[in-house]
Design a binder for this molecule. Sequence first.
Ligand SMILES: Cc1ncc(COP(=O)(O)O)c(C=O)c1O
Length: 379
Amino acid sequence: MNRIYFDYAATTPVAPEVVEVMANALQKYYGNPSSIHAEGRQSRAAVEKARKQVAQCLGASIGEVFFTSCGTESNNMILRGCVNDLEVKRIISTKTEHHAVVHPLDKLAKENSVEVVYLSQDKKGRIDLEELKGLLEQSSLKTLVSLMHANNEVGTMIDLDEISEICQEHNALFHSDTTQTIGYFPIDLSKTRINFITGSAHKFYGPKGTGFVYINGDNILKPFIDGGGQERNMRAGTENIAGIMGLAHALQLSMDHQDERREAISAIRTYMIDQLQANFEDIEFNGDWEGKFHYKILSVSFPPSDKSDMLLLNLDIAGISVSGGSACASGAEAGSHVLSNLLGDSPRKTIRFSFSHKNTKEEVDFVIEKLKEMVPVGV
Ligand SMILES: Cc1ncc(COP(=O)(O)O)c(C=O)c1O
């Protein structure tokens, strides 16, 4: 059997159709989009066509979409921009955001004396909307609410409409890190008022190194990178034309096939849950796995044992790619800030399975058989 890849929340392979678009772009659109000659104009038109496509997929205006290098950059741009340019003095968030939000928030609190308030969460990672309302009522400081749409480790989701309404009622800005949900859930910004969302092409079968940020037209941020004035002066640097075209095409494909992919992925996830429950006595599912969850993510924990000590490594040797929590830059099996914040210190071994529409039940069966050799079945 080929290797089994169950790590689609870490990243996805580039779709063949996207590779084609990008290969063509690399050859055809070599002109600098800022040049006024024919080659430059052709490249400019390609970038603007991609922007229009992304805007349409999100129910946004063309002028509200800016291309960046990744989700991390997009989140940094928004958080810093809100503090530096929009006079935000207080940020309400959670401790289980991705590091691309957690770390900039730590820095802003230290270096810019911004008050960062963390909402409490239950063990599943759910927030209490009454607490959010209370916090917003308590202070007259200009506030940004920054809450990820779906948690990348445990899959717990928020309801964007609910939070959007609360933020509007209390005159607070709302940013959502939608990196895991863009292309997977319908997000219509013409109906749901959100000030900022962020996305990254490599999570939806596009290339690595290309992301975007949506900045609602009412909010004017200053340039994040100074220089030649590209991206309407928000992010200088010659555009990654092939990456941008790849992102737009990948997003379009994800939107066009969203329903059928969702059905296929949900079926695999349900089958995995059933098989785990049938074969292991002492398993726990993390996050809001039966409530508001991302259908591509399933986080499971097994009891500690000698055998499960090197679980990720042993699965890898068996040809199975999964994550322990989130992928970490060093590749090490590092502890997860999400799990420790939700569940405290636990000796249990957690695996995050994350699926694609291409995964099969046979792959799940193979993983279950291998897991039986590696963790206590308990029966
Ligand atoms: C929720 C979330 N935010 C941000 C990021 C960072 O995105 P990128 O890898 O494009 O920088 C990720 C990627 O793992 C993510 O899952």
